[in-house]
Design a protein around this ligand. Structure first.
Ligand code: GLU
Length: 493
């Protein structure tokens, strides 16, 4: 029987959740969900100086906002708890001891200054730096251990992994990149436990992936050069490594690493801007993966069913915001109105929505949603539906409402239209507007509509006019029209 699928996302809480990490989380999530597996969250907070609780919280909040709920994690526990590396130090020390005991690792007493000198010498000779292996020799270790450091203090050793001399070329099958090889001679014995007693990334990640029974490691390609080191640690513990899958990086349109100078990189900023989680996930899914049925717009459930690692591309994916906007706009236009109202409410907190029934709010959102790309555009799109009056600025008055023609249109709108029109439904109003514009001929329909819209909304563009009048209601429309008339009548022709 094959072992269960267990994948993980292992972010370091040293910043807000980055879109690249979210994409990796999503790929892991889709793989787990499509294969009946478990999706694990592990917080890699061994760097105590740079790790912060607000970032951990941001990771939780952002993953949850995207709907990427984990099955095991620091906050909810699980069979392999704890899931925060800072709480697992004793385990790493214990595992490092095992390697020390059988000579697969050794203490290194070189100080930072001495290591820097090794590096400088390599640089001077124009060769790539590889740790000299000085402390492999027990005699050297003994001598250095007895010698104080540059400040006169006893030296604190780190623990280095001893790369087996005979290991030669290490080859592994990556699910995305195929066969990948490294010459282990070029790696140099590397630190597994730092001199302060905390583990290095490469060591902690392997110990945890072994103990947490991780079956597949799906992560960014930036980790591929760590993989041979990690595989050698698996070998030292006689454990079969997981299946690795290294996903191509996400680049900005200028093909450089996606960074703040290209715009927001934190998932929480996108959520705040009003990207819908489903749309954002849909967009991320397509950054380096393509659905076999070619249908790019879909639900996470649908993508999970089709998600195979072999369809991940190793070439970089370009973060095209226009595509994200397209997907988001499309979802906003097609979301059932009750759902749209639920997600829109937080963006509309400055308006008193209680003045309208939910039915009217559906009509309102439906009337304004067409050009909306992100929910944060909503306040600007709906503001003329709130309050009895609207501001008619000088430019609008000058361009649309000045002169005898607009005055004529608005006078008739008041006497002919408002006196008789049925405000019961947008459809009834659409009919009434049609007969009114006909009655105003030879003035162009466009000109008539323009003047009415400007008078009632203070704008030249906006929601469908019949819906607008319906939502505002007769009383408000009349009031706004009268205000506009005071500005148009008597104006110079
Ligand atoms: N903490 C690492 C990172 O955030 C995890 C890498 C891995 O998945 O092994 O990049």
């Amino acid at each position: 029987m094959s072992s269960p699928i267990r994948v993980r996302i292992a972010p370091s809480p040293t910043g807000f959740l980055h879109v690249g990490t979210a994409r990796t989380a999503l790929f892991n999530f889709l793989y787990a969900k499509g294969h009946g597996g478990q999706f694990i969250l592990r917080i890699e907070d061994t760097d105590r100086e740079r790790s912060q609780d607000i970032y951990t919280q941001n990771i939780y909040d952002s993953l949850k906002a995207l709907g990427l709920q984990w099955d095991e994690g620091p906050d909810i526990g699980g069979p392999y708890a704890p899931y925060a590396q800072s709480e697992r130090t004793a385990t790493y020390q214990e595992w490092a001891e095992k390697l020390l005991a059988n000579g697969q690792a050794y203490h290194c007493y070189l100080t930072q200054a001495e290591l820097d000198a090794e590096k400088a010498a390599a640089q001077a000779e124009k060769r790539a730096y590889i740790y000299s292996g000085a402390c492999r020799d027990p005699k050297v270790r003994e001598e250095l251990a007895a010698k104080p450091d540059e400040q006169g203090n006893p030296r604190k050793p780190s623990i280095r992994f001893r790369i087996p001399d005979e290991r030669g070329t290490l080859t592994f099958q990556d699910a995305v990149r195929g066969e990948v090889s490294f010459d282990t001679k070029l790696l140099g014995d590397f630190v597994i436990m730092k001199s302060d007693g905390t583990p290095s990334y490469n060591f902690a990640v392997v110990v945890d992936d072994i103990l947490m029974q991780i079956s597949h490691v799906i992560r960014g390609e930036d980790h591929i050069s760590n993989t041979p080191r990690q595989i050698m640690i698996y070998e030292a513990f006689n454990v079969v490594p997981p299946q690795f899958a290294h996903v191509g990086m996400i680049l900005a349109p200028d093909r450089t690493k996606l960074s703040k100078r290209h715009g927001a990189v934190a998932v929480s900023d996108y959520i705040k801007d009003g990207y819908l989680p489903e749309a954002f996930c849909n967009f991320l899914t397509l950054l380096g993966w393509s659905p076999p049925d070619g249908e790019e717009i879909g639900t996470m459930e649908h993508f999970a069913q089709q998600f195979e690692l072999e369809r991940i591309t190793h070439s970089p994916a370009i973060f095209e915001k226009d595509k994200l906007n397209f997907i988001n706009g499309k979802l906003i236009r097609t979301l059932p109105l009750p759902e749209l109202l639920t997600v829109a409410r937080p963006y509309l907190h400055q308006f008193d929505l209680r003045q309208y029934s939910d039915e009217t709010l559906y009509c309102l959102l439906d009337a304004v949603r067409e050009p909306i790309t992100v929910l944060s555009e909503l306040p600007e799109a709906v503001n003329y539906f709130f309050g009895r009056t609207v501001i008619l600025d000088a430019q609008l008055v000058g361009e649309v409402l000045t002169g005898p023609e607009p005055a004529h249109i608005l006078e008739h709108f008041k006497t002919d239209f408002l006196a008789t029109a049925n405000f019961e439904s947008p459809e009834a109003l659409a009919e009434a507007i049609k007969s009114f514009t006909n009655s105003m001929k030879p003035i162009k329909t466009k000109t008539v509509m323009w003047a009415i819209r400007a008078a009632v909304t203070g704008r030249t563009h906006g929601a469908d006019l019949s819906k607008t009048l319906y939502i505002l209601g007769k009383e408000v429309v009349t009031h706004r029209l009268e205000t506009a008339l005071t500005l148009t009548t008597g104006s110079p022709a």
